[in-house]
Design a protein around this ligand. Structure first.
Ligand SMILES: Cc1cc2nc3c(=O)[nH]c(=O)nc-3n(C[C@H](O)[C@H](O)[C@H](O)COP(=O)(O)OP(=O)(O)OC[C@H]3O[C@@H](n4cnc5c(N)ncnc54)[C@H](O)[C@@H]3O)c2cc1C
Length: 381
């Protein structure tokens, strides 16, 4: 399929593919198995300036949009979604600042993120507030020139590895979701610690860690947007970053499909390659159809966002749901096509199957995405 990318987008995709195929493919299995955070790969992405593709030029970026970010995530994910999510989570931490930051906040933080000098993270989820994010208990109390944060965040990607965190906390309990505010917290602030690092099924190269705030002092100028707008900051950020999860899913599915196709061409049974059996051909055809459909929906959604559409909530959720369900199905089928060899660590598809699962869970589980889409559809009537 020709997606008629611009010349710059083709260059970005080609560069990310080169890094993915020549560097990431060689370390993916080791980093996954040993849970090694890919700082060296992030440094390489910084060196090649891919860290700034989605950041405006005035803050040191390339000036691209969500599509440019997704092209990078997709290509990195073809070989390792764990490494890709370490890159994508910085975008998740950067977007709230891009959307709601003051000029000073943008200059101070985005320029460092664009150059790859700083890794970012986004901290919303808590032990009792996963799908039900408005139930967060972390509080921020204003005291003079500071907000004092108390509480714990769970499941934070880039956890202890990040430098800049966008953290959500309750500033007025009586107002429900309208009493939540967003703050920029830097590593090293007094009262900011790290807790448990999760031992995950997939995306094991990424670091997922608990954050602990004990009377953490955050300067008042680090409030993002206005007090009480935190829930909107989070939701508007997700509208722009859920395509990033879809890109991860498309990349994982593409990688698994390529491995399964190559294997099926080479593996001989009953005197013929597996590709001569129609049952296998149909699985490969369905993989191809589903991946192209997911990619088409993803790129269309990105173009809609980057061209200034006003509301793209349901499209953003739809591409995340569709692509992640495709990634799960395609990776399971890739394991099936490769038989016993699909099930062992000598080949990469078992890792891809484990990695695919999380795309149906994080940044809002797929059930929640379907709730969002349904509510938008009903509203439109
Ligand atoms: C590897 C990983 C990385 C993550 N990174 C981050 C991060 O960087 N920052 C961050 O803030 N969070 C992060 N998260 C958290 C993630 O967004 C949540 O795990 C996710 O939103 C689901 O929340 P939960 O795990 O608490 O599940 P729960 O909310 O307990 O849900 C459990 C199941 O019930 C379903 N369910 C819940 N409510 C409903 C409903 N009303 N209707 C139908 N079904 C429902 C869900 O869809 C899910 O299948 C990460 C999670 C993981 C696993």
């Amino acid at each position: 399929m020709d997606y008629f990318l611009t010349d710059n987008q083709k260059i970005i995709k080609r560069l990310a593919k080169k890094i993915s195929d020549e560097v990431i493919s060689k370390v993916a299995s080791k980093y996954d198995w040993e849970g090694i955070f890919p700082k060296d790969i992030l440094d390489l992405l910084a060196y090649t300036e891919l860290t700034g593709v989605y950041i405006p030029k005035e803050y040191g970026g390339f000036g691209g949009g969500v599509l440019e970010m997704c092209l990078v995530v997709e290509e990195l994910s073809r070989n390792c979604a764990g490494i890709a999510v370490s890159y994508a989570a910085t975008a998740l931490g950067a977007y709230p600042i891009m959307l709601y930051g003051t000029e000073n906040q943008k200059k101070k933080y985005l320029t460092r993120i664009a150059k790859g000098e700083a890794i970012a993270a986004f901290a919303l989820t808590e032990a009792d507030a996963g799908s039900d994010v408005s139930n967060i208990k972390t509080v921020a109390e204003k005291q003079g020139d500071f907000y004092i944060l108390n509480g714990n965040k769970h499941w934070i990607t880039n956890g202890a590895e990040a430098d800049i965190y966008v953290v959500f906390a309750v500033t007025d309990k009586s107002k429900g979701p309208r009493g939540i505010s967003a703050f920029i917290v830097e590593k090293g602030y007094e009262g900011f610690y790290f807790g448990k690092k999760e031992d995950k099924m997939g995306i094991r190269a990424s670091s997922t860690t608990e954050l602990i705030f004990e009377n953490c002092k955050v300067p008042k100028e680090n409030l993002l947007g206005r007090e009480g707008t935190g829930f909107i900051v989070a939701m508007k950020t997700f509208d722009r970053t859920r395509p990033g999860v879809a890109a991860m899913a498309v990349g994982i599915a593409q990688g698994a499909y390529e491995h399964a196709l190559k294997y099926a061409r080479e593996r001989i049974q009953f005197g013929q390659p597996l590709t001569s059996f129609q049952a296998i051909q149909h699985m490969l055809a369905d993989m191809y159809i589903n991946i192209e459909a997911a990619r088409s929906l993803l790129y269309s959604t990105c173009r809609m966002i980057d061209n200034g559409a006003k509301n793209y909530t349901k499209e953003s959720s739809a591409c995340k749901v569709f692509a992640s369900d495709v990634a799960m199905k395609v990776t399971v089928d890739a394991v099936q096509i490769m038989g016993g060899n699909g099930y062992v660590k000598d080949y990469p598809v078992e890792k891809m199957m484990r990695d695919a699962k999380v795309t149906q869970i994080f940044e809002g589980a797929n059930q929640i995405q379907r709730n969002i889409i349904a509510s938008e559809i009903v509203k439109d009537l």
